[in-house]
Design a protein around this ligand. Structure first.
Ligand SMILES: NC(=O)c1ccc[n+]([C@@H]2O[C@H](COP(=O)([O-])OP(=O)(O)OC[C@H]3O[C@@H](n4cnc5c(N)ncnc54)[C@H](O)[C@@H]3O)[C@@H](O)[C@H]2O)c1
Length: 189
């Protein structure tokens, strides 16, 4: 990744996204953030004000994705609503912020000829396993709308670029529970 290139972080006001934005900005990359603040907070990026470009918008809106992807070289797709209880209450929201938003973002990135798309996958896709720790070779058995949405979005991100005559490389980084500063009380949410 060259430092003159533009990096888009979707969900950049969230827990992981904001740390990623901080790391990229501190490394000298040009960074754009798109977020609808569904679970994220602008204050997570407060200390970086003026050092990144901000777009407030919903990735379920394809026009927002097109605007966010304009001129972008790399996409870190962190945007999602990662709450199992909330997804059980609001399965449609879970789907639109998962597979729908991911498909929109993939297509927008393809149109803008982004070279890399990096999806944030979730260990929730593997359900409740007897074997621990979980790993990516396990058979997916999602047990909630969030887990199913995340798995669907994972499959799309991993397989589509190669089949779309899009020369970008795609990769999936699976998070198996991240903890740290600015993580809100998600268990209760
Ligand atoms: N934190 C973990 O332990 C963990 C584990 C597995 C996977 N993940 C994945 O990592 C990613 C980031 O997780 P996080 O813990 O930082 O969550 P988070 O809720 O703190 O961040 C997600 C961000 O996405 C934004 N967002 C949600 N829907 C959006 C939409 N439709 N349009 C625009 N922005 C939207 C939210 O406002 C928020 O800022 C998610 O995709 C999640 O599934 C996280």
């Amino acid at each position: 990744m060259s430092k003159s290139e533009l990096v888009l972080v979707t969900g950049g006001a969230g827990f992981i996204g904001s740390h990623l934005v901080e790391a990229l900005v501190n490394e000298g990359y040009r960074v754009r953030v798109v977020d609808n603040l569904a679970t994220g907070h602008r204050s997570n990026l407060g200390h970086l004000e003026g050092r990144y470009e901000w777009i407030e918008g919903d990735l379920a809106d394809f026009d927002v994705c097109l605007r966010a992807a304009e001129g972008v070289d790399h996409v870190f797709h962190q945007g999602a609503i990662p709450s199992v209880p909330r997804s059980i209450r609001e399965p449609l929201e879970s789907h639109t912020s998962g597979p729908t938003a991911t498909l929109n973002m993939l297509e927008a990135a393809r149109r803008s000829k982004a070279r890399r798309f990096i999806f944030a996958a979730s260990s929730s896709a593997y359900g409740d396993t007897v074997e621990l720790p979980k790993h990516e070779a396990m058979f997916p058995t999602p047990l909630s709308p969030y887990a199913a949405s995340s798995w669907r979005a994972n499959i799309m991100s991993a397989s589509m670029p190669a089949r779309w005559a899009w020369t970008a490389s795609a990769c999936v980084i699976s998070t198996f529970s991240a903890l740290g500063k600015t993580l809100r009380a998600r268990i209760a949410a």
